[in-house]
Design a binder for this molecule. Structure first.
Ligand code: PLP
Length: 379
């Protein structure tokens, strides 16, 4: 049987990893500034994480949501504290798309409406409604297309106000990434997020903060939307939540009420997933990783902005986008092949930095040196 060929692959096989380093089957070391797509939050094979998961696996790896799972309660308490949302409720699932799907569905159950407002260049996942709310027709199958999603321009308060004035009473939810990831590291402005809050309150719509990529402490606050000073009604999260273990969830405001059977999943919130997610939060709190991400991110962006070759440096904390012109189209490839540094990308010419939150300054500097070498070589 062949693999269904949907991923353009680097010809690299990673066989071990530690912290911000990964190693291939030939023993070559790489610096990981990509974190397997913003997933590695506390570093590869973190000892506390490995210990938590293996000891859980030796007790019980899985049982369904038909019995009490104390790890879920423990995780909810920890998450409430670390995210500053102790009055919110937690529903656990398995992936970012599923988290968004549940968030949009829950909003619709709550207000009985159908319309979703999303924004240009958004990415919310590949399941039915999540992909319909994603601004990329190439990945929306005809079966997913729905007229109930409206795309508005990102960071345009006036366009949002105009739309609400016309159709606000039909809007079920507004979904927005605090920083667009796949779209190229575009930061939602504070006035824009504040306007979403105000209009959702005015029209009884639900504010869904997609925190799948930008959340979980990556930007220096637990949810990147927190920089705006307003709260969303539902936060979706995944990626960094399990440091590689597939776990996701939504954090739900008290005004949304559960009903038996309204949401559900077989695997979501299983014993191992909860152990992984709690281990991440424990390390984040103990090692003050949000503060570290904020400080290192600020230093890194200041240094990166000194390179005239970079058209724009965008982001917050350790979610950084470097915008280049076409003349640097091979840069990311060279960083990997010559300097052994993994980075992310967004089309057409944005390099995305999404490292573990405990990345060391020396590693941030190694990236700056590699860039300098590449720029000098072409000067
Ligand atoms: N939302 C955002 C902002 C994402 O970046 C992603 C994945 O890249 C998703 C949702 C989908 O998450 P998953 O791939 O876990 O379904």
């Amino acid at each position: 049987m062949q693999l269904f060929d949907v991923y353009p692959l680097n010809d690299i096989t990673i066989t071990s990893a530690r912290g911000s380093r990964v190693y291939d089957d030939k023993g070559q070391e790489y610096l990981d500034l990509y974190g397997g797509h913003a997933v590695i939050s506390i570093g590869h094979t973190h000892p506390h994480y490995v210990e938590r998961l293996t000891s859980q696996l030796n007790k019980v790896g899985f049982y369904s949501n038909s019995v009490k799972i104390p790890g879920q309660v423990e995780l909810a308490n920890l998450l409430g504290k670390v995210s500053g949302r102790e009055d919110y409720q937690l529903f656990l699932c398995n992936s970012g798309a599923e988290a968004n799907e549940n968030a949009l569905k829950l909003a619709s159950f709550h207000n009985g409406r159908k319309k979703v407002v999303a924004f240009r260049k958004s990415f919310h996942g590949r399941t039915s409604l999540a992909v319909a709310a994603t601004d990329n027709p190439a990945i929306v199958a005809p079966v997913n297309a729905t007229a109930d999603v409206t795309f508005l321009p990102f960071n345009d308060v006036e366009a949002l106000e105009d739309f609400f004035a016309r159709e606000g009473d039909k809007v079920s939810s507004v979904i927005i990434e605090g920083i667009q990831g796949v779209g190229g590291i575009n930061v939602a402005s504070e006035p824009f997020l504040q306007a979403i809050r105000r209009l959702c309150d005015q029209y009884d719509a639900i504010f869904v903060a997609d925190s799948v990529q930008c959340g979980y402490g990556r930007t220096g606050k637990f949810y990147s939307h927190d920089h705006s000073g307003v709260s969303a009604d539902i936060y979706s999260m995944a990626k960094g939540m399990g440091n590689g273990f597939p776990v996701a969830g939504i954090s739900i405001a008290p005004k949304l009420h559960p009903k038996y059977g309204m949401l559900g999943t077989t695997f979501g919130g299983n014993h191992l997933a909860c152990a992984a997610a709690s281990a991440v939060l424990e390390v984040m709190a103990k090692d003050r990783l949000m503060e570290h991400a904020a400080g290192l991110g600020e230093y890194w962006m200041t240094e990166l902005r000194k390179f005239p070759q970079i058209k724009e440096v965008r982001g917050k904390g350790l979610m950084i986008g470097l915008e280049f012109g076409e003349e640097w189209k091979d840069l990311r490839k060279n960083l990997l092949a010559k300097h052994r540094i993994f980075t992310g990308e967004a089309k057409p010419y944005v390099i995305r930095l999404l490292p573990a939150l405990n990345l060391e300054k020396a590693d941030a500097d190694r990236f700056l040196e590699a860039l300098q070498t590449e720029f000098s070589a072409k000067a």
